[in-house]
Write a protein that binds this ligand. Structure first.
Ligand code: UD1
Ligand code: MG
Length: 420
């Protein structure tokens, strides 16, 4: 069908560059996704409010209703883009003489990736509508990653990990960890989804951080293709990440400060699952995790509250001061004697290393900031405007991506012979 034009050749500074036709079509579809999102989102705002899908912006003086869960619109545009793209990388493989050259394993991977992302959108939307408990939020990504894990089992079932040089003398250069590899992949999906969801609460932060991670993955894929590494796997990742970028940029336009729409947990789950899916199927999950450095720091910092060693309020987002129009740390209050041994330990360690700002009140209670890096940033800067705080946190995310590339390229060669 399209065997005649499989790629387009360009001449850049004397070297010829072949860009595959599917990639060109994918870029066009991604622009289309941005265009559709940009027009659809504002038109659907009242529809969401009428369906009681709205939230109050807690960091604004005027309490207006902001439509919530717009991740479902972005998710649908993203999925439709992927649906439209299906024939492209595969149609050229239909041979006219009847010989079967069709890459069934690649095709089923692409379908499984879409199935997991689709399943995550459904479960994320269910969470937004039903307001599930925290416990249940952990199960959802595990369920949604099942199609992917099953396909991985039937397709690759490669559960071998490459070991760093310093242990390879003892254990060999690689180790087959069997079922544990599936536990790792399931946990990767749970981590990626929830880590984005708990680094949230100021306008544009959820979408902003996802955009930085997406661009980092795209740059990484392009770099790997340019140096000639496993072209197929990285192209596959690009085919998913570019439409994601297109549809998410449209959402950013309306979610950035001052937010006209909220993204809801649907978007956070959809993003985390997309990153996990490309990492798993492209065999670069460790590199994906490297792009999550701020989320990993926020998760570790949050552990005492997430596991309820220290009381955790429903919302930990910063506290708005209407008099100054600035954000302050949000706080939690407790009695040291009410904490269990782990709570006391966490409190003392965090206080000793000045990771929290705590005050002892006259009535014997302790007030300290909620354990998120958003609040920690406010401790460092003092009261700050919401848009400035968001910009600072996104700059931090970009700097961490630069660090991730430094770890991945120059430094990793000291630790690994082969890297993925
Ligand atoms: C997670 C966080 C919670 C944080 C919330 C903010 C943990 C354990 N949970 O909960 O601390 O407060 O995200 O999204 O860390 N909102 C704003 N401005 C924004 C974004 C959201 O005011 O820019 C408010 C709105 O009222 C919105 C609500 O947050 O309706 C959405 O919260 P939701 O996503 O349901 O909270 P969780 O994900 O459960
Ligand atoms: Mg949320």
């Amino acid at each position: 069908m399209m065997a005649v034009f499989n790629s387009f050749e360009f001449n850049v500074a004397g070297t010829s560059l072949a860009i595959p036709l599917p990639l060109i079509v994918n870029v066009i579809i991604s622009f289309g996704a941005f265009y559709v999102g940009q027009h659809l989102i504002p038109r659907m705002k009242t529809m969401f409010i009428n369906a009681n899908l709205f939230g109050m912006d807690m960091n604004k003086a005027t309490k207006i209703r902001i439509p919530e869960a717009f991740g479902v619109v972005t998710g649908c545009i993203f999925l439709v883009s992927l649906f439209l793209f299906i024939p492209m990388p595969f149609a050229s493989n239909f041979s006219k003489d009847g010989t079967d050259e069709f890459p069934h394993h690649k095709f089923v991977e692409f379908i499984a990736a879409m199935l997991s992302i689709c399943c995550m959108i459904l479960l994320g939307f269910a969470d937004d509508v039903l307001n599930l408990r925290w416990r249940d939020k952990l199960y959802l990504p595990t369920i949604a990653s099942l199609p992917l894990l099953m396909v991985y089992y039937t397709n690759f079932n490669s559960t071998t990990i490459i070991l760093p040089k310093f242990v390879s003398n003892i254990l060999g250069s690689s180790l087959d960890i069997g079922a544990l590899y599936y536990v790792y992949m399931g946990m990767l999906a749970v981590f990626c989804t929830n880590a984005i969801n708990i680094l949230a609460g100021i306008n544009g932060l959820e979408v902003g951080q996802s955009l930085v991670i997406a661009v980092s993955i795209i740059v990484f894929n392009l770099m790997e293709i340019c140096v000639g590494n496993s072209r197929e796997a990285y192209e596959f990742s690009l085919y998913i990440m570019l439409p994601y970028l297109g549809s998410t940029l449209a959402l950013w336009k309306y979610n950035r400060y001052p937010s006209q729409v909220f993204v809801g947990d649907t978007f956070n789950y959809l993003s985390g699952m997309t990153f996990a899916v490309v990492g798993i199927l492209g065999h670069f999950s460790k590199t994906v995790l490297l792009f999550f450095i701020p989320q990993i720091i926020n998760f570790i910092y949050s552990v005492p509250q997430l596991f309820h060693f220290i009381p955790c309020p429903r919302h930990r987002l910063p506290k708005y001061d209407p008099k100054t129009d600035l954000l302050n740390c949000s706080k939690t209050q407790f009695r040291l004697s009410d904490l269990n041994i782990l709570g006391k330990l966490c409190y003392n360690v965090f206080k000793t290393f000045r990771l929290i700002q705590a005050t002892e009140n006259k009535d014997g209670t302790i007030t300290c900031n909620n354990f998120t890096i958003i609040n920690f940033a406010i401790i460092l800067t003092g009261p700050i405007r919401e848009d400035r705080l968001n910009r600072l946190l996104l700059i931090f995310q970009v700097l961490c991506s630069v660090l991730a590339f430094t770890i991945r390229y120059p430094l990793a060669h000291y630790f690994y012979d082969t890297i993925n």
